[in-house]
Write a new protein. Structure first.
Length: 229
């Protein structure tokens, strides 16, 4: 499960300024879709709508055939994991940051999440391993390391749907590529991935949607879009 469908979705934050103007797309369960487009195109808005931060004005959004308006906020949050652009970590241990909010998470689950996010080796190389303090009074992590902790935290929830909202845009190309590789491992575990990104560096997505001013300007595989020039 984790199939997503947007059906002629219209949305505005203010009634007199439409943002999304008839967005339709489908992502089969376990596939990866990239939503690319310039700043302000509406990428984050699509992510927020899937999380039901706001209600749409017309159209429908369904997950596994069920209208998200009929799903409780609790089960929606269990179904959809979100990694934001800037992660603020707690001034606490790496383990705490991965397990955050999940009192019952076992050590094994924390390690598994870290492995999927490809931070396990790095963490084990630290003097206190997972118990290493990070943040203001501890180890200062790079942007890429922070994002991996954030990804590990979200993976721990095992959400059928994982949204990366510009989660890697601020990183250098090499780090971004490494994170993409670790996400490929996650999606092999049958996660539906939505990657919102400013640039079309996303080669591996099953489909790329190019968003411009709240409309889908182009869509296809990376190859399709390249061959159109
Ligand atoms: P992107 O993620 O592609 O940069 P966004 O979805 O963040 O685009 O924004 C799309 C448009 O919606 C922009 O014009 C932005 O100014 C506007 N917008 C975003 N969030 C809000 C909000 N909370 N209230 C009003 N307008 C907003
Ligand atoms: P958890 O279930 O692990 O507590 P959540 O997925 O509920 O985590 O949310 C993690 C954090 O990300 C929260 O602080 C929430 O406010 C924030 N968040 C979640 N979705 C969005 C979104 N679409 N836009 C902005 N912030 C979000």
């Amino acid at each position: 499960n984790g199939a997503i469908r947007f059906d002629d979705v219209h949305f505005a934050y203010d009634a007199n300024r439409p943002i999304l103007q008839g967005i339709s797309f489908e992502v089969p369960a376990g596939r990866t879709i990239a939503i690319v487009g310039p700043s302000g195109a509406g990428k984050s808005t699509i992510s927020r709508l899937l999380y039901r931060f706001y209600d749409i004005q017309s159209g429908a959004i369904t997950i596994d055939g069920q209208d998200i308006r009929d799903v409780t906020q609790r089960s929606l949050r269990a179904a959809v994991g979100m990694v934001p652009q800037d992660t603020v970590l707690f001034n606490d241990t790496i383990a705490y940051n991965i397990r955050y909010g999940r009192i019952a998470a076992t050590e094994a689950e924390v390690v598994r999440a870290a492995e999927l996010a490809q931070i396990a080796d790095f963490v084990r190389g630290l003097p206190d391993g997972f118990d290493t303090m990070v943040g203001e009074r501890g180890l200062k992590l790079s942007g890429g390391e922070k994002q991996r902790v954030a990804i590990a935290r979200t993976i721990l929830k095992s959400p059928p749907i994982l949204i990366l909202d510009e989660a890697t845009s601020a990183l250098d190309t090499h780090t971004e590529q490494e994170i993409q590789t670790s996400l490929d491992m996650v999606s092999k575990d049958r996660t539906t991935l939505i990657i919102a990104h400013r640039l079309s560096t996303i080669v591996d997505a099953d489909e790329i949607i190019v968003l411009r001013d709240g409309r889908i300007a182009e869509r296809g595989t990376h190859r399709d879009l390249m061959s159109q020039g």
